[in-house]
Design a protein around this ligand. Structure first.
Ligand code: EPU
Length: 432
């Protein structure tokens, strides 16, 4: 099994370029099968979850051709099955977007219950409520979600809670329903807007994405399109916090600074300098950062996907900080790993109370999920000595060339198979 070995203590410096947004790409790839014409999608991140979804789409007969690592052409007309089920597809979350896409187009779909990171219970009742409101019958049987409708008819849907997945899934199905659908209390995340823009580029009629009321006028069919996915807000935020944790100076390029405002505001409060450009942000941290309070919220609030990374930076900032996780109930599992590195964090329910320590020290830790894995790498980069981060396959679900990008910023780290003792020894000798 691959692991990252990191020699900490080096300030990150230089430039890093951010890839396309994983969570937008998952939905956009699913949406692309709704057209019978060729759809070209650019700026797709080359990460594990995306590749699993692409395989699942190919498995149902859709022809996918990869022009380069970040561009795919999707030919939805070749589809020959609406049954999406395989061991790998059960492990990712984004596969549930095929439910909305296939239901919208073929009025029937069967998709394996979604997996994804184990960060708390992740019900899909709001997705089902939306599909049913559009006229579908939805059953869960033998680990599959089965949705079927004679026809889909627009409706007024009020989401009981803000859900990115349910907002997008209902939007997909409603795009090809008869009449108007109104989704109230919808999620406003940048990738919800990106998916709506993509659907509109194929001829859909969606208004209001990015606000809490989305209006969709159903259309009969969708045509081909060429579309480029927005930059990944969470990858960008992760590098911003890695720069802050290591007292670095990093220019994070190919971003939309507006999407990063919640992260920028917290970093500035903690004492870092953040300079915004048209499509880049520069983070400079020359001194020890200070404490703050963070509560994760739906966009434009502080993203839950950045919670482990900011908690890690606060663990080495001065004073006592409080981080409240209000989206997923089980997203503090990595705290035990940080404790092994010397952090002083007490978790009570959905709140972490963090007493900043003067430094972390290297240890062997294990990534419990994608974002927590990235946070442990940040901890390793800032820590004194050598840190080994196991289970890097979680990190590779959502970060492309993570260690390569860190190396380009001057980090001392390597990805080495845990059984390759010679390579591990060599790395340790090299970094001293
Ligand atoms: N929820 C329900 N019922 C539903 C849907 C959601 O109760 O039908 C609850 C969830 O349990 C959670 C909250 O609503 O407490 C928000 O969940 P949401 O539906 O917004 O999340 P998701 O669609 O499951 C996506 C991302 C996550 C990201 C969240 C929040 C994908 C594939 N996943 O998950 O990304 O944390 O939105 O922004 O888009 C990640 O990338 O590491 C990741 C976990």
């Amino acid at each position: 099994m691959d692991q990252y070995i990191i020699k900490g203590g080096k300030s990150l410096a230089g430039e890093v370029s951010i890839g396309g947004a994983k969570n937008a790409a998952l939905a956009i790839l699913a949406a692309a099968v709704m057209s019978d014409e060729v759809v070209t999608i650019e700026n797709i991140p080359d990460v594990r979850d995306i590749n699993v979804l692409l395989e699942a789409i190919e498995d149902i007969g859709v022809k996918i051709s990869r022009t380069d690592a970040h561009t795919v052409k999707v030919m939805g007309c070749r589809l020959n099955s609406v049954n999406v089920d395989s061991d790998s597809v059960r492990k990712i979350r984004g596969s549930y977007y095929l439910l909305g896409a296939l239901l919208g187009k073929y009025k029937t779909a069967q998709v394996a219950l979604p997996g994804g990171c184990n960060i708390g219970s992740r019900p899909i009742d709001q997705h089902i409520k939306g599909f049913e409101a559009l006229g579908a019958q939805v059953k869960i049987q033998h680990g599959l979600i089965k949705a079927q409708a004679e026809k889909l008819k627009g409706n007024h849907i009020y989401l009981d809670l803000i859900s990115v997945g349910a907002t997008i899934n209902i939007m997909l199905a409603a795009t090809l329903a008869e009449g108007q659908t109104i989704i109230e209390n919808s999620a406003k995340e940048p990738h919800v807007v990106d998916v709506a823009n993509f659907l509109n580029s194929m001829g859909a009629n969606i208004k209001g994405a990015g606000t809490d009321v989305i209006r969709i006028k159903g259309v009969e069919k969708l045509h081909g399109s060429t579309y480029s996915i927005i930059p990944d807000q969470i990858e960008a935020g992760t590098f911003m916090l890695a720069a802050a944790a290591t007292k670095g100076d990093v220019l994070i390029k190919n971003v939309i600074p507006k999407h990063l405002e919640a992260i920028t505001a917290k970093l500035v409060e903690m004492g870092a300098e953040v300079e915004e450009f048209d499509d880049a942000v520069r983070v400079v941290a020359t001194k020890k950062l200070g404490h703050t309070q963070v509560k994760t919220l739906a966009y434009p609030g502080f993203p839950t996907d950045m919670q482990p990374q900011i908690t890690t930076v606060l663990a080495i900032s001065s004073g006592t900080s409080i981080v409240t996780e209000s989206i997923f109930e089980n997203r503090f599992k990595y705290v035990d790993e940080l404790t092994k590195m010397g952090a002083s964090i007490k978790v009570e329910g959905n709140t972490a109370i963090i007493d900043g320590v003067s430094e972390l020290t290297g240890a062997i830790v294990s990534a419990p999920d994608l974002r927590a894995g990235a946070a442990l790498v940040i901890a390793g980069l800032a820590a004194d000595g050598i840190t080994t981060v196991e289970q890097v396959e979680y990190i590779e679900r959502g970060y492309e060339n993570f260690e390569k990008k860190m190396l380009e910023l001057g980090a001392m780290m390597a990805k080495i198979d845990s059984s390759n003792e010679k390579a591990i020894r060599k790395f340790k000798l090299k970094v001293g």
